[in-house]
Write a new protein. Structure first.
Length: 179
């Protein structure tokens, strides 16, 4: 179906009738750090709020975002774009400093404090909003087996599926994102 409403002819009345196009979105979630957890959940909840059906496929390091207890850390190493507002400016953390023990924990604490101060919802809240908005969440079965997770470790709501489950969804989606 095209991205615009298709016009179909109504043979009985002879008048054209607009058939609404239903857009859908799929997101492959591959990263589970604090900074990488936000994009898929923000996009999924926003799209769902706009009436777009959304499927999230959690695989490899994104799978832990479905765990009951989250302990998300910031990934400061290798992120040259991470400029934290400090002392009236935006300061860059040199990559060399990320090798010092405790730096990632300090950066994580600073980011969480900044997010709380700015009113950014925690991932747990965005995840719950996604479930309430009927976002379909699929936990990758292969990744569950590979990393020895049990479905009991996961929150309620996601289903188990594999690559074929995702591909079936993706081939029918208008928007496919890899995050």
């Amino acid at each position: 179906m095209s991205s615009e409403a298709q016009v179909v002819s109504n043979e009985i009345a002879g008048a054209p009738v607009a058939a609404p196009a239903t857009k859908s979105m799929s997101i492959i979630v591959t990263k589970g750090s604090l900074d990488w957890a936000y994009p898929p959940f923000i996009l999924a909840t926003t799209a769902a709020a706009m009436g777009v059906p959304v499927t999230m496929f959690f695989t490899f390091y994104g799978l832990p975002l479905l765990l009951k207890k989250l302990d998300l850390q910031l990934t400061a190493a290798g992120n040259a774009a991470m400029k934290m507002p400090m002392m009236g400016a935006h300061m860059v953390l040199p990559n060399l400093l990320t090798a010092v023990p405790g730096v990632d924990a300090a950066c994580t604490k600073m980011m969480k404090n900044l997010m709380a101060k700015k009113g950014v919802a925690p991932i747990e809240e965005l995840r719950e909003l996604a479930l309430e908005a009927d976002v379909r969440m699929i936990a990758c079965q292969m990744t569950m087996d590979l990393f020895e997770y049990s479905f009991d470790d996961m929150i309620e709501g996601p289903e188990l599926g594999g690559a074929a489950t995702y591909i079936e969804c993706a081939t029918q989606s208008d928007i496919n994102l890899f995050i």
